[in-house]
Write a protein that binds this ligand. Structure first.
Ligand code: PAF
Length: 281
């Protein structure tokens, strides 16, 4: 049976006696195909008799602009339908007081991993993310938590937080779901005009060119150049093209991540690809 759970008390009651059979999929709602794949991965981790909890909380501490926070889409009815159809047992929609009971919120520092790339343009964002995720872990105590590779920097920040604080949660990373065009699925894609959508197709193409260059032995500087070339267009603003390791530092003869962020019109899009072999600096 599927449950819509609101308060911490309801959550505690719903999870009583489940032991280590709980998987958590943290979300901010507005659930789409990408979230469905996270829910399915969560189910595969805890089995049919396990419990998949989808948290649905628009976290105020990770927004830089009050306006973005208040305009963030919220539709619990639709989220409940999407989550439970995908196989979740519980959609948990806590209030701000459930997550942050004290008026003074103590934020967790996300460190260097939270300051670079996306963190440069959104100061404090990853501190808000890691703070809320830590609270969700405390309240749900999942055996496994599922995040999407699409938000790679978020994954690395959380992975680091779990390791440093020895939190007994396994991370499961779900591969990026893509539209038929190859563009990574994101709720932000809805903000793109038809022309902008066409331009967005350059992102996966550029990543593929970078990948090919890496596989054929190119050096980092040339790989990045190949990606930039493929993205070059007067209507695309490139924020960064980087090739970095799990600590978001320069690669030295190691595998790594090709990370891209661009703006097309007013929409910022990110994507990434894993390069599995040693890359020459
Ligand atoms: O990826 C998201 O939707 C959010 O950053 C998360 C992990 C649910 C924390 O609010």
């Amino acid at each position: 049976m599927a449950l819509l759970v609101k308060s911490n008390l309801q959550l505690r009651n719903a999870l009583a006696n489940l032991g280590d059979k709980v998987a958590l999929v943290p979300t901010m709602g507005a659930l789409h195909q990408g979230h469905i794949s996270l829910i399915k991965l969560a189910r595969s981790k805890v089995g049919e008799d396990g419990c998949v909890v989808v948290s649905d909380f628009v976290n105020p501490t990770q927004f830089n602009e009050e306006d973005d926070f208040s305009k963030y889409p919220r539709d619990i009815k639709s989220d409940f339908l999407v989550a439970t159809t995908a196989g979740a047992n519980i959609l948990w929609t806590p209030g701000v007081k459930d997550i942050y009971p004290n008026s003074e919120i103590e934020l967790i520092d996300a460190g260097y991993l939270g300051e670079v790339l996306e963190g440069k343009d959104r100061p404090g964002h990853f501190s808000g993310v890691v703070t809320v995720v830590s609270r969700l872990f405390e309240l749900v105590m999942p055996k496994v938590a599922v995040f999407g590779q699409k938000d790679l920097q978020q994954v690395l920040v959380i992975k680091n937080f779990i390791r440093e604080n020895k939190i007994p949660v396994n991370l499961a990373i779900a591969p990026t779901i893509r539209e038929d065009s190859g563009v990574a699925l994101s709720s932000r894609n809805n903000n793109l005009s038809e022309n902008e959508r066409d331009l967005a197709r350059k992102i996966p193409i550029a990543l593929a060119q970078g990948y090919d260059a890496a596989i054929s032995g190119a050096r980092i500087v040339d790989i990045r150049e190949a990606v930039r070339d493929a993205l070059t267009h007067p209507e695309i603003k490139i924020h960064y093209v980087e090739l970095l390791n799990d600590q978001l530092e320069t690669i030295n003869n190691d595998h790594g991540w090709l990370l891209v962020a661009v703006s097309i019109g007013n929409t910022r899009l990110i994507d990434n690809s894993f390069i599995p072999l040693g890359i020459r600096n």
